[in-house]
Design a protein around this ligand. Structure first.
Ligand code: AVJ
Length: 351
């Protein structure tokens, strides 16, 4: 890649917290964390892409639009639901096997947290993984700031660099990220939002980002949700309380704000189900009645029962996911799972 292709980086010093200066330990406790925001995408272009998806014969939107401020809170609520097993199953695997995971992945790595958010999952592993540098990445550096500053004070021995970037399109990391012994952390079965083809391409980019001075070191620590009985999968994405339905419908509130569309939420209903042929959960919004949706530059007619595809969440078998890691160039795959084998956490070496 040409250096000039890289988005411009803006390096900012950590925000200072006045309360720390009043604690009597001024200076000594100054945060060492760095924050870097890489160029954000072009909002006009993003709107055009969204409108093109809404206007397509089979209307669709990217799942990233589910996560406005309210959507992010609704997702947190989903994680508390009895039907939504992935979050608590993964937490149980990390809890039970943290020492073994660290023995396999090694300590002292450059821990790169993809989609870090509140950094909580990685932070629970710090005492085991003991990274030399922690690099949380999220779409906006503002999502990271508070969590990173808190963590920096709890773990002053770990260098921290929060990065705002959209890593789904590329992994050109700024020079502040150490090259040695990178451990990419991609929990939550977030990779499920990519198609298997996109996942392979993404994992290849992660592998390439582990190469320096002509050789690969480090690896990846990644979780993925497994194929299981359809009833369990269906319930996890169409819960009795209707939180997932609200999460999905909230997309229309977000679109109304973003695009100035006039979606009437009462005319739409949530659909969430497992598509076994494609091995994926599909979420759709389905029109309850024939209707026209308008925005400043266009309209879209929806017949009753017509759908907008809002998310796919691919489910793997243990075998086909470890094969995918191998196809991407990773070696020595180690797998940890729960007693029911509903979910796996994998470590694989880059070289
Ligand atoms: C954040 C993509 C892992 O697919 O399980 C949860 C999102 N959507 N319920 C998932 C989600 C509906 C979640 N991921």
């Amino acid at each position: 890649m040409h250096v000039t292709d890289r988005p411009a980086a803006r390096v900012q010093p950590a925000k200072t917290d006045r309360s720390r200066y009043m604690s009597g330990a001024a200076g000594r406790e100054r945060s060492l964390s760095q924050f870097i925001q890489l160029a954000e995408g072009n909002p006009a272009q993003a709107k055009e892409e969204l409108l093109a998806g809404l206007s397509a014969e089979h209307a669709y939107t990217s799942p990233k639009y589910l996560y406005d401020a309210l959507g992010s809170k609704l997702f947190e609520a989903i994680c508390e639901l009895p039907e939504y097993y992935p979050t608590r199953t993964e937490a149980m695997i990390f809890d039970r096997h943290a020492a073994d995971i660290a023995a396999t992945a090694g300590t002292g790595s450059t821990l790169i947290d993809l989609g870090a958010g509140n950094c909580a999952k990685a932070a629970r592993l710090f005492p085991f993984l003991q990274p030399s540098q922690y690099v949380p990445i999220d779409i906006s550096v503002e999502f990271l700031r508070d969590a990173v500053e808190r963590l920096q004070h709890q773990f002053p021995q770990i260098a921290m660099a929060g990065i705002g970037m959209d890593f789904s399109s590329g992994l050109a990391l700024p020079p502040a990220v150490h090259r040695r012994n990178r451990l990419f952390f991609y929990p939550g079965s977030s990779i499920g939002n990519f198609t298997p083809e996109q996942s392979l391409a993404f994992l290849k980019r992660v592998h390439a980002a582990c190469v320096h001075d002509g050789r690969a070191d480090g690896g990846i620590l990644i979780s993925v949700d497994l194929v299981k009985e359809t009833e369990i999968l269906d319930a996890a994405y169409d819960d009795a309380l209707g939180v997932t339905a609200s999460f999905n419908l909230n997309l229309l509130l977000h679109l109304n704000r973003l695009l100035d569309t006039d979606f009437d939420l009462r005319q739409w209903q949530h659909r969430g189900f497992f598509n076994a042929e494609q091995s994926r959960i599909e979420m759709h919004l389905e029109a309850r009645s024939p209707q026209t949706v308008r925005w400043p530059s266009g309209v879209r007619r929806f017949e009753a029962g017509e759908r907008i595809h809002t998310e796919s969440s691919y489910k793997y078998t243990r075998q086909n996911f470890t094969t995918l890691l191998a196809q991407a160039g990773f070696e020595d795959v180690t797998v940890w799972t729960d007693p029911q084998e509903w979910f796996i956490v994998c470590h694989a070496r880059a070289g």
